[in-house]
Design a protein around this ligand. Structure first.
Ligand SMILES: C[S@@+](CC[C@H](N)C(=O)[O-])C[C@H]1O[C@@H](n2cnc3c(N)ncnc32)[C@H](O)[C@@H]1O
Length: 261
């Protein structure tokens, strides 16, 4: 009997930001596979067998899920956010690609989720309203030289840039280095949004400016979205918003009312 692997995105944390399709796959699952912290986001009353693992063993986790499905399981691999964004969907497909003779009859399916960049963007308005890109600052799976090259190219091309995995305790200086690369091409008053634990109980979301970014406010539970040259901050009595207009113009972006130091 052949089983199935579904790689799902749970969203950033709020249960009502998880799609009904993901909820349905979870309800049918015999086995739940994932990084320990992400499995903890699944209802503790779920009757399925849980297979938690650490955050540096993606290949092993993918093979485990495929083996469980080959034995007949209806296996759900959980990711936070979207499973296709720096997450397990690629890891599962890489294993299928590397081992064409294994798991031939296992169905593999990906169910999307809300990625962290979309979640933080919605909290402040619409900073992703025009062309944008996402870049992970983690150099665990790619060399730092590639990251710097991509940051430089994306900043030069005037994309809004969403930074994932921005600042680990093992490489705190890299965040500062990344901002220095972007600042070659962006004005000091470029709007930036910093979202930490977005969609969770301890969420914080702050609009600031490139020259005022405080590295100590950034960690691995944070996403940082740096505006393009057209991204604006809209201050109203009801609160501040940040957005990137639908049309690209050469109009200078709004800056803070007080001067920069
Ligand atoms: C390995 S990536 C996984 C991304 C995930 N698949 C997604 O689509 O959001 C982990 C990074 O995503 C970002 N992230 C994920 N959830 C977040 C949240 N709720 N609030 C802020 N950042 C989040 C952080 O930058 C974190 O270091």
């Amino acid at each position: 009997m052949n089983g199935r692997v579904t790689v799902v995105g749970l969203g950033p944390g709020r249960p009502d930001w998880c799609t009904p399709a993901v909820t349905a796959r979870l309800a049918a699952a015999t086995d739940l596979v994932g990084y320990t912290s992400y499995l903890a986001m699944v209802d503790p009353a779920h009757p399925g067998r849980r297979h938690p693992s650490g955050n540096r063993v993606e290949s092993e986790r993918a093979r485990q899920a495929l083996d469980l499905a080959a034995a007949g399981g209806d296996v759900v691999v959980v990711s936070s956010g979207d499973p296709g964004v720096f997450a397990m969907a690629s890891a599962v497909l890489e294993q299928l690609d590397a081992h064409p003779d294994l798991w031939r009859d296992v169905d593999v399916d990906v169910q999307p989720g809300i990625t962290a960049a979309q979640a933080v963007a919605s909290r402040v308005g619409a900073p992703l309203g025009h062309d944008f890109c996402v870049i992970s600052l983690s150099d665990v799976l790619k060399p730092w030289a590639i990251i710097e090259r991509r940051l430089d190219a994306a900043a030069a091309a005037d994309f809004v840039i969403a930074l994932y995995n921005p600042r680990s305790v093992h490489r705190p200086h890299q965040f500062t280095d990344a901002i220095a690369v972007i600042a070659r091409h962006r004005a000091p008053h470029t709007p930036v949004v910093v979202g930490r634990h977005v969609g969770r109980n301890d969420e914080t979301v702050t609009i600031t400016y490139l020259a005022r970014l405080d590295p100590d406010s950034i960690d691995m539970s944070t996403i940082v979205v740096i505006g393009s040259s057209t991204t604006r901050v809209l201050d109203r009595p009801a609160g501040s918003s940040m957005y990137t207009p639908r049309a690209h113009t050469t109009t200078a972006p709004t800056g803070p009312t007080e001067p920069f130091r």
